[in-house]
Design a binder for this molecule. Structure first.
Ligand SMILES: Cc1ncc(COP(=O)(O)O)c(C=O)c1O
Length: 379
């Protein structure tokens, strides 16, 4: 089936008892059992919930994967992936991953003996140089948050597999509508479903998609054993969101292309990051491995003061953390998403005090442009 058909129908069918067309919110913590070991297959809602299962099937289908396992947040999903590894294992991480991922790796998981090497994964030679026999995982974000650097998922997968490692791609920015990492050779895909998959900024969640049955068994065991599960209401909201993923992503991108051009032509802006620009270093690669450039743009206004004035002056764009909702958001990565990343590393990554990130929503693009033009005119 086509992507939109799968998005609307995949993993779901009308509920058997009532015929409800939309998967109900099974808001229960437990299920009636008939006798010892005699039950419907559902015993306790941390272990299994029908609303959650429908979401897991749906996202797995969209990622062209076999299994989906949902968690209470994107960070919980990433944390669970890292629990597949053991002390002494080395993980090569894209050096400019989402700040929360950096914090989880450096300030939580390092204590448990995992070794993280932060490498520019857009540079294959740098990745090769960082590898040792202890390297077990490449954790890749592409394009990265917020400077939109692109890494070659197929080449990295090839390199990892030749050396007995696996690859996980954080596909939050692209969504399966634009990019399917498993098709490119990756082993695991992780999402913050909080973002585009839900698309309406009204829940927090995460998901991991894999093809390998054994990995899925371990992820499922950890989902129940650790307990970072999403509630049924949040699963329902994410499942409602994926139904419109295709139309939303098309509009996000159309608006982002327009806004990226507007920003680039604006005299008060030093640099605009968008992989849709032909002179973006990852443009050709992005065209090869994805079918779009997404809805996130970053731009540098040159200083903290100018960034603050811009952020205070917008009215349609809302200053807030997060991205991927129908409404346009604007943020200051250095103090917000990347607040926990050391200053020296932020500078190296281009996450300057003047850098602003926008998540371009699906409002009328003329209104978005007018809002930014007004805000930037005060600089
Ligand atoms: C690329 C990326 N990955 C993971 C996360 C974490 O997801 P969550 O906030 O759902 O825990 C985020 C959150 O902003 C993100 O932008």
């Amino acid at each position: 089936m086509g992507f939109s058909t799968d998005a609307i129908h995949g993993g779901q069918s009308p509920e058997e008892k009532s015929g409800a067309v939309i998967t109900p919110i099974f808001q229960t913590s437990t299920y009636k059992q008939h006798g010892i070991g005699d039950h419907t297959g559902y015993e306790y809602a941390r272990t299994a919930n029908p609303t959650r299962e429908a979401l897991e099937r749906n996202i797995a289908i969209l990622e062209n994967g076999k299994h989906g396992v949902c968690y209470s947040s994107g960070m919980a999903a990433t944390d669970t992936i890292l629990r597949l590894f053991k002390p002494g294992d080395e993980i090569i991480v894209t050096h400019n991953v989402y700040g929360g991922t950096h914090r989880l790796f450096e300030m939580v998981l390092r204590e448990f003996g995992l070794i993280f090497k932060h490498v520019d994964t857009s540079d294959l030679a740098a990745v090769k140089a960082a590898m040792t026999p202890a390297t077990k995982l490449f954790f890749v974000e592409s394009p990265t948050n917020p400077v939109l650097q692109v890494s070659d998922i197929a080449a990295l997968s090839d390199l990892a597999h030749k050396n007995g490692a696996v690859v996980c791609v954080d596909n939050t920015f692209m969504t399966p509508y634009f990019q399917r990492p498993l098709d490119l050779g990756a082993d695991l895909v992780v999402h913050s479903t909080t973002k585009y998959l839900n698309g309406h900024s009204d829940m927090v969640g995460g998901v991991v998609v894999v093809n390998d049955d054994e990995t899925m068994g371990r992820l499922r065991f950890l989902q129940n054993g650790v307990g970072a599960v999403p509630g049924p209401m949040d699963c329902f909201l994410a499942l409602r969101g994926t139904k419109t993923l295709a139309v939303r992503m098309k509009q996000h991108e159309e608006n982002a292309r327009h806004i990226s051009r507007f920003l680039r032509n604006h005299a008060g802006i030093e640099k605009v990051y968008y992989p849709g620009f032909e002179d973006h270093p990852g443009h050709e690669l992005q065209k090869r491995q994805a079918r779009g450039f997404g809805g996130i743009i970053a731009f540098d206004v040159g200083s903290l003061d100018r960034a603050d004035r811009t952020l205070r002056s917008v009215s349609l764009f809302t200053l807030a953390e997060s991205l991927g909702g129908v409404e346009s958001l604007i943020s200051h990565p250095s103090s917000m998403t990347h607040g926990s990343v050391p200053k020296s590393l932020k500078e190296k990554l281009g996450v300057t005090d003047g850098l602003i990130r926008i998540s371009v929503g699906i409002e009328d693009v003329e209104d978005l442009e007018a809002d930014l033009a007004r805000a930037l005119s005060g600089l």
